[in-house]
Write a protein that binds this ligand. Structure first.
Ligand SMILES: O=c1ccn([C@@H]2O[C@H](COP(=O)(O)OP(=O)(O)O[C@H]3OC[C@@H](O)[C@H](O)[C@H]3O)[C@@H](O)[C@H]2O)c(=O)[nH]1
Length: 322
């Protein structure tokens, strides 16, 4: 099976590549423009006979022969997607059109990693896939970009019979996330800035790492449940959209307080204004993922929080709590 992974040099993409490469029948081609991803995330595979890495921007057509396409290319952190919003829209619209064009030409099955952001600032809680969302149409290039990408996927499916799969990924945390990612990793910088204004704002964090305690170099031994969900969706018969996320919840304050306690109880937690149009609360309804994919996050959020703290400690080189 020849598989193209766009955005495969990124955080989730590179973990996906690791899993796909485990299957000796797979040949994996990564196309990435390195906007937020890095070759470093794939260093294990560079030079491998079943692996190929191409510097390519998906807003340009790509002419190759493949059986499956995992289409991940798109900056996912607000810091990066807002850096050049027009480019973010182009990546989602033109990039997705190009990948759908490729899928149509070669008869490949294509999976889009969409996002929980399609629900906007939701008025329904938790969010099932049937919820149409509450997005500000003049707000975020990322939210509307992913919404139109989903529409394109379904239009190609209805009009041209393309085999499509759509995953809606909720916030995901784990190794290889950019340290300046601006999602929850702000806490990693130990500034302990909390990217929400009010204590009541919640975010449902998808702890994707099964054995977070293992250092990055041992990544053969842990598994991202997120990636497992993507592969199950691709291999199964359902088009989606399907939510992939952790239905457990904790507040950002709660997270900051636990990390602060663990690392330095004297550090000050600074409240900063949230990004405009960011959701106040979000939590996936994963009934469909459970029923259709037999999938649920491997880490229960309550068990996951200590793992997350431990990972901060490892990354920051802080001594274990006495
Ligand atoms: O125009 C672009 C922009 C970005 N990219 C690449 O896409 C990858 C995105 O990965 P990041 O590490 O930024 O982010 P994530 O792995 O969290 O994103 C992933 O999950 C959320 C989805 O919405 C994203 O589409 C998916 O890539 C990077 O390797 C980046 O270089 C492109 O190849 N082209």
């Amino acid at each position: 099976m020849r598989i193209l992974v766009t955005g495969g040099a990124g955080f989730i993409g590179s973990h996906l590549v690791d899993r796909l490469m485990e299957n000796e029948k797979n040949e994996v081609i990564v196309a990435d423009n390195y906007f937020t991803g890095s070759k470093d995330n794939l260093k294990k595979w560079i030079g491998h006979p079943r692996f190929e890495l191409i510097r390519h921007d998906v807003t340009e057509p790509l002419l190759i022969e493949v059986d499956q396409i995992y289409h991940l290319a798109c900056p996912a952190s607000p810091i990066f997607y807002k850096y050049n919003p027009v480019k973010t829209i182009k990546t989602n619209v033109i990039g997705t059109l190009n990948m759908l064009g490729l899928a149509k030409r070669v008869g490949a099955r294509i999976l889009l990693t969409s996002t929980s952001e399609v629900y906007g600032d939701p008025l329904v809680h938790p969010q099932p896939e049937s919820y149409w969302g509450n997005v500000n149409p003049i707000g975020s290039c990322y939210d509307e970009g992913k919404r139109v990408a989903e529409t394109l996927m379904f239009d190609y499916h209805r009009q041209h019979g393309i085999e499509i799969r759509i995953a809606r990924i909720f916030n995901t945390y784990g190794p290889r996330m950019n340290i300046d990612d601006g999602r929850v990793s702000k806490v990693q910088e130990l500034k302990l800035e909390v990217s929400v204004m009010s204590l009541t704002w919640y975010i449902s964090y998808n702890l994707c790492i099964f054995e977070l305690l293992l250092p990055e170099c041992d990544y053969d031994f842990y598994e991202m449940s997120q990636v497992d969900g993507l592969i199950r969706l691709m291999e199964g018969p359902n088009t989606g959209p399907i939510n992939l996320g952790n239905p457990g919840e904790f507040t950002m304050i709660e997270l900051a307080e636990t990390v602060k306690e663990l690392i330095n109880p004297d550090v000050e937690i600074k409240m900063v204004e949230n990004t405009p149009d960011d959701p106040r609360q979000r939590k996936p309804d994963i009934t469909k993922a459970k029923e259709l994919l037999g999938w649920e996050p491997k880490v229960k959020l309550r068990d996951g929080l200590p793992l997350m703290e431990e990972n901060f400690r490892l990354r920051l080189g802080v001594d274990k709590k006495k």
